[in-house]
Design a protein around this ligand. Structure first.
Ligand SMILES: *Cc1c(COP(=O)(O)O)cnc(C)c1O
Length: 415
């Protein structure tokens, strides 16, 4: 049948998602998604769920910002919503220390470009009003770097990624916020990788007016559900005054569906676009699970298990260059240098989903989102040992496992 385009049903296997994200989805989240009744986006239960999510999100972000809600889509959807207040000709300083902050900086160059600048090179515009400070891969953005750049440029907007997932680096959020206050810049932060993993409170960083995260990393919801965002009143006032060229990602309009109207909580949201009761149910459950775990406990668990992974790969001769707690970024031992892609590919064909870095230099990233147990970490490490030894790394699996067991025994004894 030459004209048939019907394929057999799509089967997607179970894999071990051990990358920087998406994390290993909690089965309870998937169950809420699959077991939701068939209901439209304006059904009372869906609207109530959205309002409850809004309140849980305020807890998770540690904020009293009224404009705290979820943007339908992925992390980039939330970021696009956050960047919507940046208008052509606005002055911006953006700090870039890896793949994601690099794309954030590109977004900012697109938003702040004049029509002429955009037309000149629409896919990679050079906006005269945007300064991008490049920090080498593997290094963090420090308070001093931010202070220096903001004192020189005094921009309307400043941007930084809180945790740069591309290079696995934590950037100085306090230094960033303090400099924003000092030089009267409005801070925008990509918190895609940090929300739900680090114990921090948005309201402690008054220089930051906009925060954006994603569904599928620290919050552990299904990808393509809701990207959490939070905006201060200052951000919203500024946006109201300038306007923005989007309906769909307009922070004030988008907030209405979550029951935020004229800066106030109202009992029920009103139509903005068609939301999914299934997505709301999943998001609601993911937030419940995160808050039940408790952010402090969760953050400590990440620190504890990242250390186990870090020590084990170090014992294999790898060099860890990251300082995030949800993943490690590493260089292979000298003898295997240059074979990173080959190793990652080999792991992926075994449904062991680790990642290379997406920008130079090529390194390996192994993540532990929602794998906060001795058995999960042991599984990851043993799969990695097998893959390394297929490339003749000569790692002794017994020695690695003894080291790991000792780590868990001693750490538990010390508690
Ligand atoms: C993952 C990630 C993104 C992109 O999120 P998507 O959900 O893939 O759109 C942006 N910024 C950072 C820091 C990330 O880790």
């Amino acid at each position: 049948m030459g004209n048939s385009t019907i394929f057999s049903q799509l089967e997607i296997p179970n894999t071990l998602a051990a990358g920087p994200g998406p994390g290993k989805t909690d089965e309870r989240v998937l169950a809420r998604f699959a077991n939701a009744g068939i209901a439209d986006h304006m059904h009372g239960a869906v609207l109530r769920g959205m309002v409850e999510c809004k309140f849980m999100l305020r807890d998770l972000f540690g904020t009293s910002n009224t404009h705290t809600f979820g943007v339908a889509g992925t992390g980039w959807s939330g970021l696009d919503c956050m960047f919507s207040a940046v208008m052509p000709g606005d002055t911006v300083v953006a700090f870039s220390n890896g793949t994601f902050s690099g794309i954030d900086a590109l977004t900012l160059r697109m938003k702040a470009s004049t029509r002429e600048e955009l037309a000149l090179n629409s896919l990679n515009p050079k906006a005269a009003s945007v300064t991008v400070i490049e920090i080498p891969h593997g290094q963090s953005v420090t308070g001093e770097i931010v202070e220096m750049a903001l004192s020189e440029h005094k921009p309307k907007w400043a941007f930084m990624a809180h945790w740069e997932t591309g290079s696995g680096r934590i950037n100085d959020i306090k230094g960033f916020s303090d400099a924003c206050i000092k030089y009267d810049s409005m801070g925008l932060v990509d918190a895609v990788s940090s929300l739900g993993v680090e114990d921090f409170r948005v309201d402690d960083y008054k220089g930051v007016v906009g925060w954006a995260s994603c569904p599928q990393k620290g919050v552990l919801c299904l990808p393509l559900t809701y990207a959490p965002v939070s905006f201060t009143d200052q951000y919203i006032e500024n946006l109201k005054a300038s306007g923005t060229y989007t309906y769909c990602h307009h922070p004030i309009m988008e907030a209405r569906h979550w029951g935020i109207v004229d800066g106030q909580d109202v009992e029920k949201g009103g139509y903005h676009r068609t939301h999914s009761g299934y997505a709301v149910a999943a998001f609601h459950e993911a937030l419940r699970i995160t808050l039940l775990h408790g952010l402090t406990q969760r953050a400590n668990d990440y620190i504890f298990h990242e250390q186990a992974l870090r020590e084990a790969v170090s014992a294999m001769g790898c060099e860890v260059t990251s300082n995030m707690t949800s993943l490690i970024v590493l260089n292979l031992p000298e003898a295997l240098a240059g074979r990173e892609m080959e190793l990652v590919q080999a792991c992926r064909t075994e449904n062991f989903g680790i990642w290379p870095t997406l920008s130079e230099p090529v390194q390996i990233r192994i993540g532990i989102l929602n794998q906060l147990s001795q058995s999960a970490i042991t599984d990851i490490i043993n799969r990695f040992v097998i893959a390394m030894n297929k490339m003749d790394a000569g790692v002794d699996p017994v020695e690695i496992n003894i080291g790991l067991e000792n780590y868990y025994k001693q750490s538990i004894a010390a508690e």
